[in-house]
Design a protein around this ligand. Structure first.
Ligand SMILES: O=c1ccn([C@@H]2O[C@H](COP(=O)(O)O)[C@@H](O)[C@H]2O)c(=O)[nH]1
Length: 284
């Protein structure tokens, strides 16, 4: 029996993301098919409307922006047929050259986390994504199956640290054992996961663009997903204050602020291009 040929290691997500940010700029656009957006686009709040909306966003932006971030909740609300739309969107966006970060915010005990990892981070899964969001609030160690699966697949995970919503602070700013804020302990774990990685680690943190000065050490050697631009009130001009020296690793994210310009493909592209240009000027 012949020995199977060794497989080349997949290129790590952090390296792929850094290249995409260099080439396309750092903007991430979220695919959040709110019922109100479907209505504004003249679509029914049903699977056909969901599919048309999603396809339009992918066609408009997958060749333009570094990252597309489908929000799983808006697909799950239509059951299995909604999830099928998400699966196609992930595959189509990846084929068109965007990195896909599925925003699913999964978190559970380790043995269940392994199943979530199989869903999003196993290259054989229909939901396989370049990266997925996860919640560390069952303990950072519970994320181990996702961290390991991501590394094996050349994928990434983005761990919630300081979220963009005002309610997050009561948990994330609370003092952990050891006297540091809970969010800082999460960031410390992320920094350890990324130690030695170059040009950028594959374990990211989610830190809202809405926070004002973050007040934590963001030197995690990984990408910092910054949701909150647009509908939640943050602007590109806020980013240097929130992120300080870490701003070059920021992946600013906007959903409704771009999606509201649809259904015209040209208008969606123009809106994303305006956001990207504003970011380029502020982050230069
Ligand atoms: O801290 C977080 C983490 C994730 N999100 C998600 O990002 C988008 C934001 O949508 P907008 O329309 O740009 O407000 C949405 O999917 C959230 O679930 C976040 O907002 N904050």
């Amino acid at each position: 029996m012949s020995t199977p040929a060794p497989q080349p290691s997949p290129e790590p997500f952090g390296a792929r993301l850094r290249r995409a940010m260099d080439v396309r700029g750092p903007l991430c656009v979220g695919i959040d098919p709110h019922a109100s957006l479907l209505a504004a686009w003249g679509l029914e709040d049903d699977v056909a409307g969901l599919e048309r909306f999603t396809r339009t966003v992918v066609d408009a932006l997958a060749g333009e922006v570094a990252v597309l971030k489908p929000q799983s909740a808006f697909f799950e609300r239509f059951g299995s047929r909604g999830v099928a739309v998400l699966e196609r969107a992930i595959a189509d966006a990846r084929s068109a050259g965007a990195l896909v970060l599925t925003d699913a915010k999964r978190g559970d005990i380790g043995s269940t986390m392994a199943a979530y990892a199989a869903a999003y981070l196993d290259p054989g899964s229909p939901l396989f994504s370049d990266a997925v969001t996860v919640s560390p609030y069952l303990g950072f160690g519970s994320l181990r199956p996702a961290l390991d699966a991501a590394r094996a697949a050349g994928a990434g995970v983005f761990v919630l640290a300081l979220t963009s919503n005002p309610e997050g602070a009561e948990v994330q700013r609370a003092t952990a054992a050891g006297g540091r804020p809970v969010a800082q302990t999460v960031l410390d774990h992320i920094a350890r996961e990324n130690a030695g990685a170059g040009p950028l680690g594959s374990v990211g943190a989610v830190v809202g663009a809405t926070l004002g000065r973050a007040g934590v050490d963001l030197a995690v050697n990984g990408p910092l997903l910054a949701p909150g631009l647009g509908a939640q009130g943050a602007t590109a001009e806020d980013l240097p204050e929130v992120f300080g020296d870490a701003v070059r690793n920021v992946v600013p994210s906007i959903s409704r602020g771009v999606l509201g310009h649809g259904p015209s493909v040209a208008a969606l592209r123009e809106s994303a291009a305006r956001e990207a240009e504003r970011l380029r000027q502020v982050l230069a």
